[in-house]
Design a binder for this molecule. Structure first.
Ligand SMILES: *[C@@H]1O[C@H](CO)[C@@H](O)[C@H](O)[C@H]1NC(C)=O
Ligand SMILES: *[C@@H]1O[C@H](CO)[C@@H](O)[C@H](O)[C@H]1NC(C)=O
Ligand SMILES: *[C@@H]1O[C@H](CO)[C@@H](O)[C@H](O)[C@H]1NC(C)=O
Length: 563
């Protein structure tokens, strides 16, 4: 297990530059910091940080491939009004936009995974040397009428291709990574969908001049540029509702991206700019997300001691008592981070809370992403799922790379440790992303939060709690709402329970929370039918609180029915 040099972040040499009030807050909680220091030096942290991030004991080398920089022989030409470029022996269509001078798109059209639908893949190139990889699939049903979804996995540092090949994409990796097979519960059944590897150095994204990104707000700016260039090149999707669906650490990414889009949309209304499109942001979907750490980390003892799958024999026993005793300090530290939003306050919070609250969970030997299972890292890999290694095998195949427009020398990793640590060192993971959501919700952007109830990393109890607290126009109604059973349309099974407000029974609601039964962190992996039922009904705005019979008698379902 690798222990990052966290102590160096605690002894920040910039004390003089910190406002007095913040410094006082820091000094007055020195006791807390002694605990933090102890926590950091106990060897716990390496494994724990994997937590949301999966990552830290993932021992693979990170490829910052400077060797090939400058060796690309570029060849550009124009054919039938389109620009093309040949680079690294691969041919791409080149997409530029005068409104986004620092960015260009390089695209190709693969036919892997699901050859029945149109696909695009390639890179968003940023002038500072960042290259973000994406893979797009058209909807299997009526692509010209279907919404557009952006799917992001978390980490920070983990590839969204994991979601594609392991959770909700049109195919699943099989046979040890030698092949893929079509996936019937794919989220592209009723949506056009983009899987994006971000920030730079994640998955097949790479940097050619050492540029890095280590905070979610900065990452969000590049994602916005990507969406704009994508919609400019493929305007057929620009008028469709646009959804951002993000898992785990994506609970922090997505509100940041949504905020940037919302702000830019507002600026555009005041000052229309040629070449810049209004992004039709319809909803944000958070999947077992980390979004409000103050509430969510404090819920860990409640979940692991009193939840549906308790990890300790006695909820009043020594282990649970010890775990609960960590909550006040953790919350005090996170409050400091929320108040000052600085490394000085946020890094100690992340170190303390993860080591003290998630450490003991990790040490029980259960799979923290699915507490119904044990995790034997020697057999299952550091991420507890052997299929993740298959994803790497398939993605690193030369034929896969060629078809996707990925330079042959790139190496694919499920998660990148360096990116994970860079975000950690900024304390990004304990900032309050929930606070970004109310302005969006109040302007009509819908919000779906769902959580598999066997996940200990971002447990459903904490997710439901921050949803209850969130202050937007639907707050009072949501706080009063009670969970009702959610029955899938196809199988008619009770897949979980939902709380939904704003829909008046005729839509899936403006603010909705779903607890998914018998599912861990990766809900589409554990409950594929339920996950696609939830996603399809959400994007098509079909009530989750009604069953198939009730829906049939009250409304017309888009595309003539979902089943
Ligand atoms: C999704 O698409 C697959 C492949 O076309 C199909 O077999 C399946 O029934 C569809 N599922 C739903 C819920 O429409
Ligand atoms: C609720 O969501 C719908 C879209 O389904 C939107 O038209 C409406 O404005 C939202 N309501 C409020 C009060 O924001
Ligand atoms: C659906 O709801 C109706 C009315 O509440 C009920 O009579 C019926 O049994 C339900 N069907 C299923 C499959 O749950």
């Amino acid at each position: 297990m690798k222990t990052p040099g966290l102590l160096s972040f605690l002894a920040l040499p910039v004390v003089w530059a910190i406002p007095t009030s913040e410094l006082n807050a820091f000094l007055s909680s020195l006791d807390d910091y002694t605990e933090v220091t102890n926590a950091a030096s106990s060897n716990l942290f390496g494994g724990v940080a994997n937590g949301i991030g999966y990552v830290l004991d993932h021992a693979q080398e990170v490829l910052h491939d400077h060797l090939h920089q400058g060796q690309d022989t570029l060849e550009k030409w124009v054919h039938e009004g389109k620009q093309f470029v040949k680079q690294n022996g691969l041919t791409y269509e080149l997409v530029t936009n005068p409104a986004f001078q620092d960015y260009q798109l390089r695209v190709t059209d693969p036919d892997l995974c699901d050859p029945t639908v149109k696909q695009h893949s390639g890179y968003l190139d940023v002038t500072d040397g960042k290259h973000l990889f994406f893979w797009f699939f058209e909807s299997r049903t009526s692509p010209e009428k279907a919404p557009l979804t952006l799917w992001l996995n978390g980490g920070p540092g983990c590839s969204s291709i994991t979601g594609l090949l392991f959770e909700n994409g049109p195919c699943r990796v099989t046979n040890g990574g030698k092949s893929t097979k079509p996936f019937e519960h794919s989220w592209n059944n009723y949506s056009n969908i983009i899987f994006l590897d971000q920030p730079v150095d994640v998955g097949y994204s790479y940097s050619t001049d050492g540029s890095t990104v280590n905070t979610s707000p900065v990452a969000a700016e590049d994602v916005y540029a990507f969406i704009e260039l994508f919609l400019a090149r493929y305007p057929e999707y620009a008028d469709m509702p646009f959804h951002i669906a993000a898992e785990s650490y994506g609970g922090i990414y997505a509100p940041n991206i949504g905020s940037v889009i919302h702000l830019k949309n507002k600026e555009l209304t005041l000052r229309p700019a040629p070449g810049v499109k209004h992004v039709n942001l319809a909803s944000i979907i958070l999947a077992n997300g980390q979004t409000d750490p103050y509430v969510q980390l404090a819920s860990v003892p409640d979940y692991v001691c009193d939840g549906p799958y308790p990890l300790f024999d006695d909820p009043e026993g020594a282990q649970c008592t010890a775990l609960r005793s960590k909550v006040p300090t953790c919350q005090r530290l996170i409050q400091g981070c929320y108040n000052y939003n600085s490394r000085l306050t946020c890094v100690p919070a992340i170190v303390y809370c993860y080591s003290q609250l998630m450490g003991p969970v990790q040490q029980t030997g259960v799979n923290p992403y699915d507490v119904r299972k044990k995790c034997d890292r020697s057999k299952d890999g550091s991420l507890c799922y052997k299929e993740m290694a298959w994803v790497e095998t398939w993605m690193n195949d030369a034929a896969t790379k060629k078809a996707l427009g990925v330079p042959a020398e790139r190496t694919f990793q499920t998660c990148n440790t360096d990116v994970n640590q860079a975000f950690f060192s900024q304390g990004d993971g304990v900032k309050n992303a929930a606070a970004l959501l109310p302005p969006l919700v109040n302007d009509g952007v819908r919000l779906l939060v769902y959580a598999g109830n066997a996940d200990a990393m971002c447990n459903y109890v904490g997710n439901e709690r921050w949803m209850e607290k969130l202050e937007h126009n639907f707050h009072a109604e949501f706080a009063k709402s009670r969970p009702v059973p959610w029955v899938t349309l196809e199988g008619g099974i009770i897949a979980g329970e939902v709380r939904s407000v704003g829909g008046n029974g005729f839509s899936a609601g403006n603010v909705t929370f779903a607890q998914v039964y018998e599912a861990g962190h990766m809900v589409p992996f554990d409950q594929p039918e339920a996950a696609s039922d939830l996603f399809n009904r959400w994007i098509l705005d079909v009530p989750l609180i009604l069953n198939a019979t009730e829906i049939a008698s009250t409304m017309t379902v888009p595309f003539g029915g979902l089943v």
